[in-house]
Design a protein around this ligand. Structure first.
Ligand code: FMN
Length: 309
């Protein structure tokens, strides 16, 4: 079973990757948050590049691209592949942001299947064998109408791996994922398929793996709330309270380290809040209220490890 940390813009960053290493709960691969690829810009976001260039976890990192212009995507894929830290290129066909979709990128690719196919074929031609993967949703609106064409398109383009976020774009991040489509992908595509969407507990993740026959899983929000999920899925124990406290402390330390000279107390707290957004269900409403208002890291850690006033 292959385990990947699902990319999350501003969340699954270098600090979080280093934290997973320090708590000994690593996935088999990381995927950067998407680099936006357009005909007019070829600047690659610095904070994403750091996940590649400063990755010392020993875990391979795939660089993700979001775009709808084939030459720009090929240009950026080639530029990224020159970096020694890039283990592969992942195409984003799932982002539901209106800003990204407006230009036909992210999940917007699923509304224009011929373009999606063309882009995948162009990337397939420039990315070495074994290094090209796609992360996609079930469709824009109606999986039952759209997913068969998406599957044919994936089969024709021949990526080396496909991650399926088992929701349509219309569902955004809510509503139940429908993993029956991931099962269909497993039986249709010649490449390994990874299932993604709300796999937040080892039990649910294992169940999904058995039900779909997927080669692996991508874990996002659940892994931020419980970063020991990777360890648990490899047969390790559930985290203790002390380990969760240690997680918050290490995450704060690594976040400060990544911010370097740009670090201010408030900025550091705000960065921490990006991760904590997925952890609040583990706290009381009072703790959540205080955490959201925190402007001091020490105070934040006091609440995270000992509770609110
Ligand atoms: C804050 C946030 C940022 C995300 N950024 C990306 C991204 O850059 N690229 C991508 O392919 N998916 C992105 N996603 C989607 C996740 O990778 C994943 O598919 C989704 O959250 C469902 O998985 P989960 O329930 O395990 O979190 C993002 C999700 C969230 C919540």
């Amino acid at each position: 079973m292959k385990l990947i940390l699902a990319p999350m813009q501003d969340v699954t960053d270098l600090a979080f990757m280093r934290t997973l290493q320090r708590i000994h709960s690593l996935p088999d691969a990381f995927i950067t948050a998407y680099f936006r690829s357009t005909a007019t810009t070829c600047a690659l976001a610095e904070h994403n590049l750091r996940c590649i260039d400063e990755n010392e976890t020993g875990v391979p990192v795939l660089a993700q691209l979001a775009g709808s212009d084939a030459p720009a995507l090929v240009r950026d894929a080639e530029m990224l592949l020159k970096r020694p830290g890039v283990a592969g290129i992942n195409l984003n066909a799932g982002c539901p942001s209106p800003l990204v979709n407006r230009h036909g990128a992210g999940a917007g690719l699923l509304r224009d299947i011929p373009r999606f196919l063309h882009i995948m074929q162009e990337l397939r031609a420039c990315v070495p064998a074994g290094q090209f993967s796609v992360k996609c949703r079930l469709g824009w609106e109606h999986a039952e109408n759209e997913f068969p064409d998406i599957l044919s398109c994936l089969a024709a383009a021949g990526p080396d791996e496909v991650g399926i976020h088992a929701r349509t774009r219309r569902q955004l991040y809510g509503g139940a994922p429908d993993f029956s489509y991931a099962s269909t992908a497993v039986s249709t595509l010649p490449c390994p398929v990874l299932a993604n969407g709300d796999l937040n507990t080892p039990e649910h993740a294992t169940e999904c793996l058995a039900a779909t026959g997927a080669a692996g899983l991508m874990l996002g929000r659940g892994a931020v709330r419980n970063p020991y999920l990777f360890r648990q899925l490899r047969g390790g124990p559930a985290p203790t309270r002390e380990e969760m406290a240690e997680y918050y402390c290490i995450l704060a330390e690594e976040t400060g380290r990544v911010l370097l000279h740009k670090r201010t107390e408030k900025g550091h707290c705000n960065r921490m809040k990006k991760y904590l957004a997925f952890c609040y269900p583990d706290f009381t409403p009072e703790q959540e209220y205080q955490l959201r208002r925190c402007t001091q890291v020490a105070e934040m850690l006091r609440i995270l490890t000992h509770g609110a006033d």
